[in-house]
Ligand binder design. Structure first.
Ligand SMILES: NC(=O)c1ccc[n+]([C@@H]2O[C@H](COP(=O)([O-])OP(=O)(O)OC[C@H]3O[C@@H](n4cnc5c(N)ncnc54)[C@H](OP(=O)(O)O)[C@@H]3O)[C@@H](O)[C@H]2O)c1
Length: 194
């Protein structure tokens, strides 16, 4: 089985964005050192437009070949006129309201989200699956998540969009690595305890 990895940016107090999900207060921390880490370790998590702007269009995928987003997260790009924000990956968008896909590279998951994710996980591939978020989708898929990669930025929101839009339940994870950056960003990787 390949892994489903929730790769997510958050504040110190665990929010992935302001109450509406806007994460732009985190952007200034993507400085030269942190960008070098992202592009060398997780190049496929940089959106297609960003890769083009950085001139790294041709970088090979390193860890993931598939991305899953909720419609809320996908809407952020769609509103900018970008129907395939991760064109270098197989893109899946969970939505019960998007009647048809706005782009041939994007497949809509309307029913049986967990079953579809389990089928993707059982595919034979050396790459994992990038769970992009947002909050509600991650909440619905919490039990399927095998790995967490949490980029924590040195800011406090006080309130905002939680990492998981789900009810209270304790899930245990094992810390695998911690990486720190000069600007105070922290990247922690956890495996799920099964
Ligand atoms: N900090 C970060 O790294 C980061 C990363 C990603 C996103 N974000 C932020 O997160 C925000 C979006 O999060 P969100 O919680 O509002 O939305 P979301 O989780 O991205 O999407 C929620 C939508 O996904 C669909 N969905 C969820 N569960 C489903 C299921 N079981 N079956 C079928 N469809 C399902 C539904 O779409 P329909 O309503 O169409 O049915 C639902 O309204 C954005 O503002 C974005 O900026 C932050």
């Amino acid at each position: 089985m390949r892994k489903l990895t929730y790769f997510i940016a958050c504040s110190v107090d665990g929010f992935i964005g302001d109450p509406d999900g806007d994460a732009s207060a985190m952007y200034p921390f993507v400085d030269e050192e942190f960008l070098a880490f992202l592009t060398s370790e997780y190049p496929e998590t940089v959106a297609t437009q960003g890769r083009r702007a950085l001139g790294i269009d041709d970088l090979e995928n390193k860890r993931f070949d598939t991305i899953i987003q909720g419609r809320g997260s996908y809407d952020v790009a769609l509103k900018e006129g970008i129907p395939s924000p991760y064109a270098h990956l197989r893109e899946y968008v969970a939505s019960r309201t998007l009647a048809e896909s706005p782009d041939p590279n994007v497949e809509i998951i309307a029913d049986d989200l967990v079953g579809t994710v389990r089928a993707l996980k059982s595919e034979d591939s050396r790459y994992g699956i990038y769970l992009c978020g947002g909050s509600r989708l991650a909440g619905d898929l919490l039990d399927e998540i095998d790995e967490l990669v949490i980029k924590t930025y040195p800011i406090v929101y006080g309130s905002g969009m939680p990492m998981f839009g789900s009810g209270f339940a304790v899930s245990e994870f094992t810390l695998q690595s911690v990486r720190t950056f000069a600007n105070g960003v922290l990247v922690r990787t956890y495996d799920r305890k099964r």
